[in-house]
Unconditional design. Structure first.
Lengths: 495, 128
């Protein structure tokens, strides 16, 4: 059933800072993280939907209460709209509006402060939706610098009307240079503005599943256990590219296994991760090794995962999963996405798939993986708890893994392989899967890209790659984009 | 030729402070990089959002997107008064993003690993 919920009533209708009964302006509130100042405090009140026309905050000896007060410009014009202070939208109660006021000097012929109310008009053309102003009280200042408390009853026409209004004070006069200083405003009523919605009145929001996330923002408007999709990459797929001769270096065509990926971390209205929906597209196998592909979630306990579905297994003898679908005997959560790439992307003949232009193409295979996470109490996880560490398992040898550079291996890695042949891994230093010259065995590109033909060096196909790497990322950070001069497509497999 | 010259990096001579040019690698195996280079095409940074105290508690969706709003890098349900920090991962070549909280929207620069934003904006003075 569709439900319409008043935002403030759902969350804190009776718990406003002013007990829902008084709307105040004291000029003393400072934004978090900023120092108290005339500018910062005025900005705070503006952000909370107070309006000021020709009015600043002062910290001088002329102030009335606390450290700051408002001050108009020199009110020597009888035009009432030159200098004004306007409240946020509020629902007026009954009783008196009070504020303290004084003149900055005796240089004045006359000075006035008029109070008025402005109704909310949904049909108004202006973005503020303000209707026609009605003046209801005018205070005439005695020309001295004494502080006076201005008191004016809420007009009966609007008191307790349950409608949204603004109260505005118009400051004007004639002669001289005296300014009008005010402070300590108190308006009986309930604050009714929404600072997150252009300071319009708090609106009724459509929230069909009552999870607190408006339907307009809720990717699952009828499912209270889900709210947001968090895609990675944010747009389209990324490409993972591996060399599988580790710990020896290979031909650097980075097509021994090519997997495109995109995953969605679905969160609920409490910003807890409910599930991961991953799409892994096996595009190419460069040679004959029967590599597996897996994910490790660094620093995440396996117990945080409640279920895994969609993985593709073909009887690998080294598979050893628990009841929740994660691999047993691991320090962190590991999920085997598929155990044998040659089974998900069979070769059309010879060795490999989709790396030799002369061979028949094989349609890429998609593995759609769903990982469910616990959402109970303190065991629930947030987005930042999910650290994506994809790797290959070389040729059915479970202890032989290839990770992205500087990514941690799983608990099942054969540590004896580190530091052999061209590998210069030093786990204590956080250096993994790099040669002595810091060259990697895997790359992660946050956009789907073509990959080199077999035995074509990556550098020959992506013409800005070497510049990028040799500048340590300072130049051509976009080396993988399809821009003029960036690629030699004769070296790249477009599939 | 100009492109090649522009692509040449430098290394210091062990005997002098003179910087010597490094030839552009013709093959992957010839590439020379710093040990700290992580080969990543994405970068992560901590975004600290400074909450704004409000008279009534206001909840809305906090969203971080590309400047043209075509890509969303973060979404969460937040109180406007809530200060929080979240880690975002974006393509390395991006240097500006936008955040939205209801109608409050601001662009911010992504330089460094610690970025701070708030909900205060410069409101143009109303003319009655």
């Amino acid at each position: 059933m569709k439900k319409i919920i008043l935002t403030s009533a759902l969350f804190f209708g009776l718990l406003s800072m002013n007990n829902g009964q008084t709307v105040s302006l004291t000029c003393e509130n400072t934004p978090s993280g900023q120092i108290s100042s005339t500018t910062n405090n005025r900005n705070f009140d503006i952000a909370n939907c107070w309006g000021f026309g020709g009015v600043t905050y002062i910290e001088s000896l002329l102030r009335i209460d606390g450290r700051y007060s408002t001050q108009s410009g020199a009110n020597s014009s009888m035009t009432p709209t030159s200098f004004w202070i306007k409240s946020p939208w509020l629902k007026p109660g009954s009783g008196n509006i009070t504020l303290k006021a004084k003149l900055s000097s005796t240089s004045a012929t006359a000075r006035y402060l008029t109070l008025a109310y402005i109704p909310y008009d949904a049909q108004a053309v202006s973005a503020t939706k303000e209707g026609t102003r009605t003046d209801f009280y005018t205070h005439t200042f005695t020309i001295n610098t004494n502080t006076t408390t201005i008191t004016a009853a809420i007009p009966s026409a609007i008191a307790n009307s349950n409608q949204a209004y603004k109260i505005i004070a118009l400051m004007y006069g004639s002669g001289g240079t005296a300014r009008i200083i005010t402070d300590t405003w108190s308006i009986p009523g309930t604050y009714w503005a929404d600072p997150s919605n252009s300071c319009l009145p708090q609106a009724l929001i459509q929230d069909a599943d009552s999870d607190g996330v408006a339907d307009a923002d809720d990717a699952y408007p009828n499912d209270a256990t889900r709210a947001y999709n968090n895609w990675y990459p944010a747009a389209g797929y990324g490409t993972l590219m591996y060399e599988d001769l580790w710990p020896a270096t290979g031909d650097y065509d980075f097509n021994d296994l090519v997997v495109d990926y995109r995953y969605n971390l679905v969160t609920n209205a409490s910003n807890k991760v409910v599930e991961m929906k991953g799409s892994f597209v096996t595009r190419a196998i460069g040679a004959s090794y029967r590599n597996g592909f897996a994910l490790q979630f660094d620093n995440l306990a396996s117990s945080k995962i409640t279920a895994v579905s969609g993985a593709k297994y073909h009887g690998a003898t080294w598979l050893n999963n628990g009841s929740n679908g994660t691999e047993n005997e691991q320090t962190y959560a590991n999920v085997i996405v598929f155990d044998d790439a040659t089974k998900v992307l069979p070769s059309p003949g010879g060795s490999g798939s989709n790396t030799l232009p002369s061979n028949p193409r094989v349609a890429p295979d998609t593995t759609s993986l769903t990982i469910s996470f616990t959402t109970s109490g303190n065991d629930a996880i947030v987005l930042n708890d999910v650290s994506f560490n994809p790797y290959i398992i070389i040729n059915q040898e479970r202890g032989k893994e290839v990770h992205l550079p500087n990514k941690a291996p799983s608990s099942k890695v054969n540590n004896a392989l580190f530091g052999t042949m061209q590998d210069a891994t030093n786990i204590a230093q956080g250096k993994t899967y790099k040669t002595a010259n810091n060259l990697p065995w895997a790359l992660n590109v946050t956009q789907s890209i073509p990959y080199p033909h077999t035995t074509n060096d990556l550098v020959s196909g992506f013409l800005k790659f070497a510049d990028w790497a040799q500048s340590n990322g300072a130049q051509y950070a976009d080396w993988y984009l399809d821009l003029p001069g960036y690629r030699d497509n004769t070296k790249l497999f477009q599939y | 030729m100009v492109v090649s010259l522009a692509a040449i990096g430098c290394k210091k001579s062990p005997n002098t402070e003179e910087e010597l040019p490094i030839s552009k690698a013709g093959k992957f195996g010839e590439i020379k990089t710093s040990p700290s280079f992580d080969w990543g095409t994405s970068k992560s940074f901590n975004l600290k959002v400074i909450g704004l105290s409000t008279t009534n508690e206001i909840r809305n969706t906090f969203k971080v997107t590309s400047l043209d709003k075509s890509a969303t890098y973060h979404q969460s349900s937040r109180l406007m008064s809530e200060s929080f920090t979240t880690t975002l991962t974006i393509p390395t070549y991006l240097d500006s993003l936008s955040f939205q909280f209801g109608s409050v929207t601001k662009n911010f620069s992504v330089k460094g690993t610690e970025i701070e934003v708030d909900y205060l904006i410069n409101y143009p003075e109303e003319i009655l």
